[in-house]
Write a protein that binds this ligand. Sequence first.
Ligand SMILES: [Zn+2]
Length: 85
Amino acid sequence: MAIWYCRVCGLDYDVSPWGPQEAAPDYSTCACCGVVFGYDDQTAASATAYRNSWLEAGGKWFYPRMQPSDWQLQPQLAQIPEPYR
Ligand SMILES: [Zn+2]
């Protein structure tokens, strides 16, 4: 069950890369947008800036082989946590 959504692209995660208190990022990379958790997603402004660059570049998966065959961008973007939209 998804418990966390990427602040940049809305990809769902079973384990939060920001830790249980949302305060301890593990600096791993989002498979979809390629953001490094703890760097470009620290604030709403930086998450939005990263998202805009990513979308302008085509919104492609950072790790293309992990992209589900039925993946759709818009429904995933709708999952971005409210404070980071
Ligand atoms: Zn992402």
